[in-house]
Design a protein around this ligand. Structure first.
Ligand code: DGT
Ligand code: CA
Ligand code: CA
Ligand code: ZN
Length: 570
């Protein structure tokens, strides 16, 4: 979705929720602004970059409050008011308004008369013929609702790993609390840490399958039970479909091997099994009818003469061959990361102070960090000016002493259309480390974008290019680059290409990270944290690096501070 459409959709939802709360006037203001924005020809991000909230307020129907919501969305990808309203509204408006033909008026009616809060309630009421009896509803409305529910459920897009993994862990924790559950593990694409997830797969061994199925289908966040069987059930948990399978302990390893996937990996492994006279399935590794392995994955891979590949690389991209030769790489781990090189504070567009960010880095066990606030065209993202920079220097110095922790004073500087930076040498020379990013003007050709990026790399103050392709997963593909040229220029100028750990970006992607590594580049992983809790996103950067076959030495910020400083010197 383009940003205008995304913002308009949220404003509509705010309007609907306010209306359901019986609030006067405000809903009209929100829906009016949403309508204008929907049909606006200029991109809101561009409007904002051109003239900040002032320019936004020139859009008809956009006042101070809505302009500040738009600003918030552009900076953080969220609108707090929306999240708060969602929390305080008993009705799942988001899903209900996705049903064609249901507007706020009808949703409110359904809630008042039939206590309908979510899609499950709606479907039930429609099937029982209760909806056609309401004023203004007809038999046809009811039929349409049932059809629309089916479509809504079928067309749900893939979710970001950053959304899916915490949900999966939450379910595992709830299952593991039960004494009758011996093991509960995540399988499927989440185990492989793919950037997007279709559905969550969970495997369980238990002394009591029936109890597990009852528990799983009645977990607090289950919105709908799609199927409930003796050993397999499927539910919609929050906004995700989840499969849960119960297995006997003797098959747990073979089931894990099968359901972790990927399908392509499994096909290749099964071929190895056949070539050795075995048969491999989710039920075990068999010679004839005799099961010779199945309890653990290691047992199976070892009988096949293979190492067990870490789930992140099971994509049939060479791991099967390497495992047969016992030449799998020792992949980088979260504990190898010595510091985070990309984070923001309240000096630009983030929430926390320098001290709060640094304290959290220290508590994570890092041995250094870099504070990298925005230097952007005037007024945008509230970036650093020379005066602010000087103040920040003092504050960072004080934090270094107070917390006894090494802090690199860095900046994230915008790359202009012509490849020049939005900061001059006088400013750039003040920093210990300089990150450069493209945040605007991404609609140019591959050649132009490549040229622009290489120009920025040639700037002698730059060390790291952030989120190099500018993609946002499920939102925009990012611009194209001639990677061969970019890698060559990076090496020639001692520039590093970031692997941005924010789940919406994961940029470089796994595939591009692997290409960069193969070209001989070391990769810095940065969280781009805009609040202390986002420093936790490091794990997604690490899993992407693992999917790219990176070892510890392939990752720049596994170096000690001294080594790092030597390494980035230009
Ligand atoms: P997703 O859910 O689309 O993000 O991706 P996965 O990989 O989790 O796929 P899913 O949930 O359909 O199936 C889980 C795993 O089960 C998959 O990674 C491999 C295995 N699997 C599923 N269907 C097949 C199949 O037809 N053949 C083989 N060999 N394995 C399969
Ligand atoms: Ca799955
Ligand atoms: Ca599945
Ligand atoms: Zn940033």
């Amino acid at each position: 979705m383009a940003v205008n459409q995304e913002i308009a959709a949220i404003l509509y939802r705010i309007s609907e929720m306010l209306e359901i709360k019986n609030i006067k006037w405000e809903p009209i203001a929100y829906s009016k602004a949403a309508r204008t924005i929907e049909s606006l020809s200029e991109n809101l991000e561009d409007v904002y970059r051109r003239g900040g909230t002032k320019a936004l307020m020139e859009i008809p129907g956009v006042g101070k409050t809505i302009a500040s919501h738009i600003e918030e969305f552009i900076r953080t990808g969220k609108i707090k008011k929306y999240d708060e309203l969602k929390k305080s509204t008993p009705i799942d408006i988001e899903s209900l308004s996705n049903v064609e033909g249901l507007g706020p008026k009808k949703i409110m009616l359904l809630y008042k008369k039939l206590k309908i809060k979510n899609l499950g309630d709606l479907e039930q009421a429609a099937m029982e013929g209760k909806i056609q009896k309401l004023p203004g509803m007809r038999k046809k409305t009811e039929e349409n609702i049932l059809k629309a529910i089916q479509f809504t459920q079928a067309s749900g897009e893939r979710k970001l790993i950053g959304y899916a993994l915490p949900l999966a862990r939450e379910i595992i924790a709830l299952l593991q609390k039960q004494s009758y559950i011996l093991r509960a593990e995540i399988a499927g694409s989440i185990a492989r840490r793919k950037e997007t997830i279709g559905d969550i797969d969970i495997l369980v061994t238990t002394s009591n399958p029936k109890k597990v199925m009852n528990l799983f289908t009645s977990l607090p966040k289950v919105k709908r039970v799609i199927a409930k069987g003796e050993t397999k059930s499927t539910v919609v948990y929050e906004d995700m479909q989840v499969d849960c399978r119960v297995l006997p302990p003797g098959e747990f390893g073979s089931a894990l091997q099968y359901f972790i996937g990927s399908k392509d990996h499994n096909v290749a492994v099964r071929r190895i099994a056949i070539s050795k006279g075995y048969k491999l399935s989710e039920y075990g590794l068999f010679r004839g009818t005799k099961r010779i392995a199945g309890k653990t994955e290691d047992e199976i891979y070892s009988k096949l003469g293979m190492q067990t590949p870490p789930p992140e690389i099971r994509e049939n991209r060479g791991e099967v061959e390497a495992a047969l030769k016992h030449e799998l790489p020792q992949l980088v781990e979260l504990k190898d990361i010595k510091g985070d090189l990309h984070m923001h504070t309240n000096y630009s567009d983030a929430e926390n102070t320098v001290e709060e960010m640094v304290r959290t880095c220290k508590a994570r066990g890092y041995s250094y960090c870099a504070i990298t606030d925005h230097v952007s065209p005037v007024g945008i993202a509230n970036g650093l000016t020379m005066a602010k920079l000087k103040r920040q220097q003092k504050e960072i110095d004080a934090a270094r002493k107070k917390l006894n922790f090494p802090i690199l004073h860095g900046a994230e500087v915008d790359i202009k259309m012509d490849g020049e930076l939005f900061a001059d040498a006088a400013m750039l020379s003040e920093f210990d480390i300089v990150l450069a990013s493209i945040h605007q003007g991404m609609q140019h050709t591959k050649e132009e974008m490549t040229k622009r990026m290489i120009k920025a790399m040639e700037n002698r103050y730059v060390n790291i290019i952030c989120h190099p392709t500018g993609r946002k997963i499920n939102k925009r593909p990012g611009y194209e680059l001639d990677f061969e040229k970019v890698f060559t220029a990076a090496k020639a100028n001692n520039i590093f290409l970031e692997s941005n750990a924010a789940p919406i970006r994961l940029d470089l992607s796994d595939v591009n990270t692997r290409a960069a590594k193969d070209a001989g580049l070391q990769i810095p992983i940065g969280t781009d944290a805009h609040a202390v809790n986002q420093l936790d996103l490091m794990e997604y950067g690490v899993s992407t690096a693992r999917r790219a076959w990176c070892t510890k030495k392939d990752i720049l910020n596994t170096l000690s501070l001294n080594e790092l400083l030597k390494r980035i010197k230009r």
